[in-house]
Write a protein that binds this ligand. Sequence first.
Ligand code: NAG
Ligand code: NAG
Ligand code: NAG
Ligand code: NAG
Length: 549
Amino acid sequence: MGTNPFEDGYSVSTRSHYVNTTDRSLVEATKRRRRTNRLIAISCIVGSFVLLCVIFGGFSTNDVAGDTASSPRMVKRNLSPAFDSLVKDEDFALDDILNDMNFTYSAQVNANVPPLSEPFPYGEQPIRGINLGGWLVLEPFIKPSMFKPYNKGVEKVPTPEDPERVIDEYTLTQKLGPKKSYDLLKEHYESWVTEETFARVAELGFDHVRIPIGFWAVRTWEGDPYVPRLSLAYFLQALEWARKYGLRVNLDLHSAPQSQNGWNHSGRQGQVRWLAKNTTHATQEISQILEVIDELTKIVVSPRYKNVVTIFGILNEPNMRYMEVRQLLRFYDAAYRLVRTSGFDGYLSVSEGFIGLNRWKGKLKQYEKMMLDAHIYHIFDPNSMKSSYRDKVVNGICNGAYNYVKSSHNLTTGFGPTIVGEWSAADTDCALWLNNVGQGSHWDGSFYEADGTKHQKICDKCSCEYRNDASLWPSQYRDYLKMYVQGQLDAFSTSYGYFFWNFKIEDGSEPHWSYFDLVDLGIAPQNVQQPEFTCADVSSVPARFDMAA
Ligand SMILES: *[C@@H]1O[C@H](CO)[C@@H](O)[C@H](O)[C@H]1NC(C)=O
Ligand SMILES: *[C@@H]1O[C@H](CO)[C@@H](O)[C@H](O)[C@H]1NC(C)=O
Ligand SMILES: *[C@@H]1O[C@H](CO)[C@@H](O)[C@H](O)[C@H]1NC(C)=O
Ligand SMILES: CC(=O)N[C@H]1CO[C@H](CO)[C@@H](O)[C@@H]1O
């Protein structure tokens, strides 16, 4: 671990506090903790008047944050695989579920994909996948109604100093307290994704789903306001549905304790706190997340789920620009050995980390079955919103994105196995609260910096009004958007495959991010395997193709 493999600009800070523990001891310590904690444990949340206890296997009582109750009720249910009741019930015992052998892997999602009993031909056939975002990790722009009650009349960017701001799952659960958070999240978990979601995903021709979950699905630590453990039950329910429809799952650990990127979708907005450049606690920070990964590994290697979860994304979007890169790689190494020695033989996926795919050439070669996960959006750089429709399709997608992914995917020019774990149909940043709760869009000039500074709109006529309302879309815009979406389906099929972000947005209010709505609008194909436009058709893109924005 002496040198940083990303010498070219992402050097290890000289203030590195690398602790010279061998990584083997880190892995062993995690496993030892698991062995000694095979007890039934109780996590109790004390509301104002209510005592709520969750019983589960896998942790000792003193491991669980918020365990302040004096005399918890102990009700160990002998769970049969009644998963419908599992999620309606506060009590569930993980080991009982994992040991239940009443299941089959016979489902085949469609004729082009092998049944779950056989391996998926990764590398020979692209993954066609979709994200179930905004579910087990909240995002204000996906489901604004969860945040609106606390942001009435917000015109300005809520400042970090404002204790009342509710802008992410951390501040929401902090504001509501344990009992109200539990009730609100339970209701949300039960309704945002249902069995019908899986049925529709299957019907649209997809073969994979990527499911983001937070570390709090396993446990929380002192000071964390998140609701612990509840989302894990819903994740298991999702795996049951996936198996029923023959869909394979990419388990995406979306949040590290304290936040690996400082974005709202890590749970906590603000700054990189996990393995941040000035960390003095790298070993502890790595141990914590290994504990989470260890528990999730129990699930993904179990007979009940091992053919369902074929990809384990060990951490979404760590922002390597603000991190101790050497420590991050040390984490990857320890996590790799932990999941492999526990028997996981599926793919591990690691994020490109915002340093560019090309920097990954020749990296992580010592590991088998690793995928590099790129998230490709064309809107977070305001300049890329400027170009014409023709330019976006012909150059942006069918040349730029196409070759970027293809060359990463090729071992002689890039890392090798590459997926596009997130992408969307957004061509502007107009979605409500996409940039932050209360913060506007670059497109129409409504974006503010925290100090109130405004930016110029992208073009004179740029307005967000019609962008978000499909009933106002002129036919030329529909034609273009169809190419924009289907061109990406084609471009990203040159890699190990793709996952669209997201399956839906609340109330159909932003179709660019909502695949289900794009299908209903005739923009995305009824069957994702049969696009009407591919990059082979670029010659059909009109020479003058743009309109008053
Ligand atoms: C096994 O699973 C099937 C299908 O879910 C269910 O109908 C059946 O009752 C289960 N059998 C037992 C013994 O639990
Ligand atoms: C690390 O740096 C950030 C910002 O640069 C600062 O806010 C934070 O307090 C620092 N943390 C430590 C442990 O020094
Ligand atoms: C990989 O890239 C090399 C060098 O550009 C090229 O010769 C080769 O054909 C590519 N392989 C594939 C499968 O595209
Ligand atoms: C400030 C912040 O973290 N904003 C992010 C919230 O999440 C959306 C959706 O992923 C991002 O686009 C924002 O950058």
